[in-house]
Design a binder for this molecule. Structure first.
Ligand SMILES: [Zn+2]
Length: 180
């Protein structure tokens, strides 16, 4: 379901450019005030390892909160105008009724480019949430900093931010040939 050609490397899978028309990236504290009620009109980015759960009929994100989530859902922004929450789902459970698990790392992913990119973003955010519960300096619990994805330590006050891992892809050309 991915395009055969990309206008620019900016539109490759997993780049923010690939999903920003559909997604407004916000911070957990920007969750709608009436959060509990609004969860009924939300979309759920549920990840089972590197598998994304989508509705079988539509191939879109489920609009209901699955039971037996492995951690508290985290508000991450608006997907096509609807509040979007990310949460992990146990690998040992089978998918909820009407939902299928699609592989984010497949050579030919069975989902749209924006959804694939959102899934990968959700995966990184869950990883950050999981690995940043406690301060690496003093071991105390950490809380999100207002308006940011960074966290500050309740014990020593140190601030921690998601780690950025830059990477590049190089295409080596010789006339009409490419090194493969
Ligand atoms: Zn600390």
């Amino acid at each position: 379901m991915l395009p055969k050609h990309f206008e620019s490397t900016l539109y490759l899978p997993f780049n923010y450019q690939s999903l920003k028309e559909h997604f407004e990236f916000l911070t957990p504290d920007a969750a709608p005030v009436d959060n509990v009620k609004l969860q009924d009109r939300s979309v759920w980015l549920i990840l089972q390892g590197e598998q994304l759960l989508v509705e079988e009929k539509t191939g879109e994100l489920p609009s209901f909160k699955p039971e037996q989530l492995r951690a508290e859902p985290l508000f991450i922004g608006l997907w096509r105008g609807l509040p979007c929450y990310v949460a992990p789902y146990s690998r040992s459970l089978s998918s909820p009724a009407g939902v299928v698990a699609l592989d984010l790392m497949a050579d030919e992913p069975l989902m749209s480019l924006p959804l694939l990119s959102l899934g990968a973003l959700g995966r990184q955010l869950l990883q950050w949430q999981k690995n940043s519960s406690f301060c690496s300096s003093c071991g105390a619990a950490m809380d999100f900093i207002a308006g940011q994805w960074g966290k500050s330590c309740r014990g020593c006050g140190r601030e921690h931010y998601p780690h950025v891992h830059p990477c590049i892809i190089v295409l080596i050309r010789r006339g009409e040939e490419v090194l493969w």
